[in-house]
Write a protein that binds this ligand. Structure first.
Ligand code: ZN
Ligand code: ZN
Length: 138
């Protein structure tokens, strides 16, 4: 991480490091707001704007990826290798899906389109929400 920052000529501040470490420790694909909520106790001087900017910087450096979510908020992921997601349309939970057969999908042959990668999203209900909907039906 230090290396990537040094190469990009971006100063690695304590706050940036804290944002990255928090994101890397979580597997729920948090939004900037959610990261800010969990960091503000330990870093009272941290602002939501700094978290946003840091995530953007990390994204530009290719150190985090962004995940499309059914809610308007961008969600972030410390895993930048090709992987896929199961997205709950009820609570917005995003789970990682690792599947080599999905990794091998080929890009659409669209004239002029230059593929840079892909990520498959499955929409549906997480285990918890599926259970709740089940109960409501009964
Ligand atoms: Zn859910
Ligand atoms: Zn992910």
């Amino acid at each position: 991480m230090r290396e990537s920052f040094r190469k990009a000529g971006v100063p690695l501040t304590h706050q940036r490091l804290a944002v990255y470490e928090e994101l890397a420790a979580r597997h729920d694909h948090p939004s900037a707001e959610s990261l800010y909520e969990s960091l503000r106790k330990a870093y009272p001087s941290l602002s939501l704007a700094t978290v946003y900017k840091t995530l953007q910087t990390l994204h530009t450096l290719g150190m985090v990826s962004r995940v499309d979510s059914p809610t308007a908020q961008a969600r972030y992921d410390a895993i930048v290798a090709t992987h896929h997601h199961a997205v709950c349309t009820a609570c917005g939970k995003i789970e990682d899906v690792f599947d080599p057969s999905l990794d091998r999908l080929s890009a659409p042959k669209t004239a002029g389109f230059v593929p840079a990668g892909h990520s498959v999203h499955f929409h549906g209900l997480c285990a918890k929400c599926a259970k709740t909907t089940d109960k409501k039906k009964k």
